[in-house]
Ligand binder design. Structure first.
Ligand SMILES: C[S@@+](CC[C@H](N)C(=O)[O-])C[C@H]1O[C@@H](n2cnc3c(N)ncnc32)[C@H](O)[C@@H]1O
Length: 378
């Protein structure tokens, strides 16, 4: 996890010192007489209590550039509660500042957060001194994020059963010992281990070291034919053995990709790694009904582990590569129909996530869902 140095926004104070209430007109001319008007004096004292009142707030938002307006609104509303919401120029400046911070953080990782701390600009005069806004961007990589999972979530993290589709395709490919498998983003081995138990020689590539270690530890006692490597499949330095695998599987991984270029890079590498006639099975979120996602939706897709692609983007990402799409099937329906585990759903989050409701929490059908896409290397 990386935290950038705290930056203090130039916008301060947004709530300048307020003028005292006006004295009553009948006291105006005689400075020697004490003012005794109770209403007026109460007003003065109420105003004065603001000097002794301290307010602090902290907002933490996902670093999505498209969220600048929402982030600004949180600060505006907060400042409005305390008094003045700031001048239009200050608001403009603040919005530009937030947009820059959100974009910076998002570029580093979709799991970055912008923390906005509102503190008294001059603590010695409490609310009267205005609000100073300090920000920090906390960037967490995907691997950092997954590293916390074993500490905060019950096992098995991704379900106790392999994907039915993964095993179904494996069963169609002939004698397991002759079908070399690459499992990309293998996690703790939900699919790698059962594939190795079938007799496939399995290479597992995994980004998150704790998951890779779990997989090694699970394979060892059974002496399973699994070789595990830690690495990012999108890293140009991470190379696959060319023209080697009969079957490449990548389940629940593309939902972390950042854009169509990464999709293209991935398919390029996978087509190099497959032998002619080899199969590539991936799961990914595709849009439906002609829906074209906005930047806002794409950004939250990344944040919610549900990166989405349009069918046209999928087609383009394999253009010119020796890959042909054989089938495209809705994953939730397929897995639900064939599930053989102890109790459906495999994890508490599986159905909501697969059906696109992590991103669109609606009862009606969202315009995206997880699909199984099976391809063949020509
Ligand atoms: C939701 S889990 C799925 C794990 C496993 N495939 C399964 O279906 O049970 C996604 C996994 O993909 C890994 N991952 C994500 N992006 C990756 C990348 N670029 N290279 C390698 N592994 C990646 C994550 O570390 C995580 O273990």
């Amino acid at each position: 996890m990386a935290v950038d140095p705290t930056t203090i926004s130039p916008i301060q104070p947004v709530n300048p010192v307020q003028p005292p209430p006006q004295p009553p007109s009948n006291n105006h001319n005689d400075d020697n007489q004490p003012i005794t008007d109770r209403d007026y004096l109460d007003k003065v004292v109420i105003q004065n209590t603001r000097k002794y009142t301290i307010a602090k707030a902290e907002f933490s938002v996902p670093c999505m550039p498209s969220m600048a307006d929402q982030a600004l609104k949180l600060l505006q509303d907060y400042c409005a509660v305390l008094g003045k919401p700031g001048t239009p120029e200050e608001q403009e400046k603040l919005k530009a500042f937030l947009t820059e911070k959100l974009s910076q953080g998002f570029k580093v990782s979709p799991h970055s957060r912008l923390v906005m701390m509102c503190v008294p600009a001059k603590p010695e005069v409490g609310l009267l001194g205005g609000v100073s806004i300090q920000t920090k961007v906390i960037s967490e990589s995907l691997s950092d994020k997954y590293t916390t999972w074993p500490k905060t979530r019950p096992d098995p993290l991704f379900g106790s059963e392999p994907d039915f589709k993964v095993m179904d395709v494996a069963a169609s490919l002939g004698e397991p010992s002759q079908v070399r498998v690459l499992d990309v983003g293998a996690g703790p081995g939900r699919n790698s281990l059962p594939l190795a138990r079938r007799g496939h020689p399995v290479h597992a590539l995994e980004l998150t070291p704790v998951f890779a270690q779990k997989l090694v530890d699970a394979a060892k006692p059974e002496n399973l034919p699994v070789e595990v490597a830690v690495g990012n499949v999108l890293d140009p330095l991470v190379r696959m053995q060319p023209y080697y695998y009969q079957y490449v599987v990548s389940s629940e991984v593309i939902s972390h990709f950042r854009d169509a270029q990464e999709l293209r890079l991935f398919f390029g590498k996978m087509s190099d790694a497959l032998v002619t006639g080899g199969k590539l099975l991936v799961s990914l979120f595709l849009t439906e009904g002609g829906y074209e996602p906005t930047d806002l939706v794409r950004e939250l897709g990344e944040v919610s582990f549900s990166s989405i692609f349009t069918p046209a983007e999928l087609r383009k990402s394999i253009e010119g590569l020796p890959l042909n799409i054989l089938t495209v099937e809705a994953a939730l329906e397929y897995e639900r129909q064939h599930y053989q585990g102890p109790s459906w759903p495999p994890t508490p989050w599986y159905e909501g996530w697969c059906s696109g409701r992590n991103l669109f929490p609606i009862d009606k059908k969202p315009p995206t869902q997880l699909y199984w896409v099976l391809m063949e290397r020509s």
